[in-house]
Ligand binder design. Structure first.
Ligand code: KIV
Length: 273
């Protein structure tokens, strides 16, 4: 059941997200990386689909988000775009495609918009990427920011623990949120930071904040689809709510299929020509 006052919106745009924050309706966002799942998510009424570089982990099996390439992200995003009518689709700019300089960042964002047909791009960082954000926005491409535990910087952090628990990092994060808003970002993901800080940031800026491990005081929530469906099992942070145990269900179905084949129970008479 979709209880959203925006349920009749034919297409979720960045302006609708702004209005959701204004009207105190929470934004529901999930990651997605393929056509079939994207169809289900869109039909279910999800507001925002993020083709996240978490695909590097959950799709490609890498240890971090760093190895995934722009070509790979474009392939995944194009598959998602073919399925989606209503949700706003945001695509991560992968590591190494925007940090070098703003021209490179613009070229990467243009490829995502042109080749995948995405609605917007997301990039990690604050002050250090603001020049690139300006350049991408000047080409008419909407940008979502991402602060807090930014996984592309994992080698700098050295750990996936909660960020900005100390005053200096918290102040920096608040300043970065203001910088991203002033630059023209339409929303900011806040990942794994104290709930109190996330609430403060949400109150200090007009654009929506989307939290993951950032408590309930933000404008919306995002989870990695494979985690919330229980397909991945080796990742259990406190913030993760599992809505299903799909790994067990899929494994059970596959075992049943193997058995049916082995005991010659599949296919039966009705399942052949
Ligand atoms: O790539 C991703 O899945 C993300 C979310 C965790 C916000 O960036």
């Amino acid at each position: 059941m979709n209880t959203s006052i925006f349920a009749s919106a034919k297409k979720i745009t960045t302006h609708v997200l702004q209005e959701m924050k204004h009207q105190d309706e929470k934004i529901a966002m999930l990651t997605c990386y393929d056509y079939s799942m994207a169809r289900i998510l869109d039909q279910a009424g999800i507001d925002v689909i993020l083709v996240g570089d978490s695909a590097s982990n959950v799709i490609a099996g890498h240890k971090t988000t760093l190895p995934i390439t722009l070509d790979e992200m474009i392939f995944l995003a194009s598959s998602v775009m073919r399925a989606v009518n209503r949700a706003l689709v945001v695509v991560d700019l992968p590591f190494g495609t925007y940090q070098g300089n703003s021209k490179e960042a613009l070229n990467s964002a243009i490829r995502i918009m042109k080749e995948a047909g995405a609605d917007a791009v997301k990039m990690e960082g604050g002050q250090e990427v603001v020049e690139s954000i300006h350049r991408i926005l000047s080409a008419g491409i909407p940008v979502m920011g991402h602060l807090g535990l930014t996984p592309q910087s994992i080698h700098k952090f050295g750990t996936y623990v909660v960020r900005a628990t100390q005053a200096e990092e918290a102040e920096r994060l608040k300043a970065d949120a203001r910088i991203l808003e002033e630059a023209g970002c339409f929303a900011i993901v806040l990942e794994k930071i104290p709930a109190k800080l996330a609430t403060e940031v949400t109150e200090q800026i007009k654009i929506p904040t989307i939290g993951i491990g950032a408590g309930g005081g933000v404008s919306g929530q995002v989870l990695v689809l494979y985690d919330m469906l229980g397909i991945t099992q080796d990742f259990s942070p406190r913030f993760l709510r599992r809505y299903h145990n799909l790994m067990e269900e899929i494994e059970g179905s596959v075992q049943k299929y193997i058995n049916d084949v082995k005991v010659k129970e599949f296919p039966n008479e009705r399942e052949q020509y």
